[in-house]
Design a protein around this ligand. Structure first.
Ligand code: FUB
Length: 341
């Protein structure tokens, strides 16, 4: 089992057949890895799972995380450095509990850590913290991002330098409670409960140049089937649940996400960041544990999928980050990855 404290780990090389089945970090529990290449190095911004003693429920109350660490490596297969605690719950003025899946971005000499947390009214909002170094520490802004809600921010910066935040998650992520535009305190704890109607979609908002504020009201990122029809709420094998990530490959935009209660990572493709995105298929089959959450990054001439499972603990809320190579077919489709279970 993982022990507390800061450590580094020497890893096997990617040529080692065992490599892809090993946790990247075993000194603490980590999950929801957002990977970025800054200054030629891979930086990881994961959740830091802890045993908080909160009973498990469908709202994810047992995911009661209290801080973030940053990790980095020269390239996949080299030593992973733990840069220690970079932001604590008690240093975020507006936050009440549950520091969930973060992401990071860079602009004009500053690094930005984006994170969801429940505010003092127990409503998920998305906050931002700033540093002049990729490895932090980060200083939180006094308020959450105006107009933000729900969970799992992923900030995608296009090749023209424009950044967008994609976010949202149903069930414990509360997205269904915002269906009318304002938060419904006593709303559904799962989804819209309308299996024959379009599913809830992830949200997207263009970021202002300050990277601290939205330049527009969040819009739906429509995900459609091969006939152009929105995926339906009852289509649990394909519909959006949480954990969005956007990347660009050969000029096309790839939106990948978790299907939650069917435990897959799937993806959809569009020719612009606002979509509509056409569903393509499964990226990663279910892993050990309930959640499935990832990021995709290009480094050293290869594409990498960072994800997590529960190999170290066997407990769904105590996860460990892994990495594996991601491969495309000549037509741009992604080859489905089958994880160790
Ligand atoms: O880590 C807490 C939550 O679990 C994340 O925000 C979700 O994406 C799921 O992985």
């Amino acid at each position: 089992a993982a022990a507390g404290g800061c450590a580094t780990a020497q890893r096997a090389t990617p040529a080692d057949p065992q490599f892809l089945n090993q946790p990247l970090i075993s000194s603490i529990y980590t999950a929801d890895p957002s990977a970025h290449v800054f200054n030629g190095r891979i930086y990881l911004y994961p959740s830091h799972d802890i045993e908080a003693g909160v009973p498990e429920d469908d709202l994810g109350s047992h995911f009661a995380m209290r801080d973030y660490h940053v990790f980095s490596m020269e390239r996949v297969g080299t030593e992973v450095s733990d840069h220690g605690v970079v932001l604590r719950l008690e240093d975020i003025p507006w936050a009440g509990r549950q520091l969930w899946a973060p992401d990071a971005a860079y602009k004009d000499g500053k690094y930005f850590l984006y994170f969801p947390a429940k505010d003092k009214q127990d409503i998920f909002r998305i906050g931002v913290a700033v540093s002049d170094r990729a490895e932090g520490p980060f200083k939180a802004e006094p308020e959450p991002i105006n107009g933000s809600f729900s969970i799992d921010p992923a900030v995608f910066t296009d090749t023209d330098g424009q950044s967008y935040m994609i976010f949202g998650g149903i069930w414990g992520g509360q997205l269904q409670r915002w269906a009318t535009g304002t938060y419904e305190q006593n709303g559904s704890v799962t989804d819209l409960k309308q299996p024959d109607k379009p599913a809830l979609m992830p949200k997207i908002a263009r970021m202002n140049a300050d990277m601290l504020t939205f330049a527009e009201a969040p819009r739906d990122l429509s995900i459609v089937d091969e006939a152009g029809k929105p995926l339906l709420g009852g289509d649990s094998d394909r519909r959006f649940f949480e954990g969005s990530w956007m990347h660009k490959y050969q000029g096309r935009y790839y939106l990948s996400y978790s299907t939650g209660d069917t435990h897959r990572l799937v993806y959809a493709v569009a020719d612009n960041p606002y979509g509509p995105f056409t569903y393509q298929g499964v990226l990663l089959d279910p892993v050990q544990g309930w959640t499935n959450h990832h990021s995709i990054v290009e480094h050293d001439g290869k594409w990498w999928l960072f994800y997590h499972d529960t190999q170290l603990s066997g407990k769904t809320h105590l996860r460990n980050v892994k990495v594996t190579e991601l491969n495309y077919n000549p037509d741009g489709s992604i080859r489905t990855i089958k994880p160790m279970r």
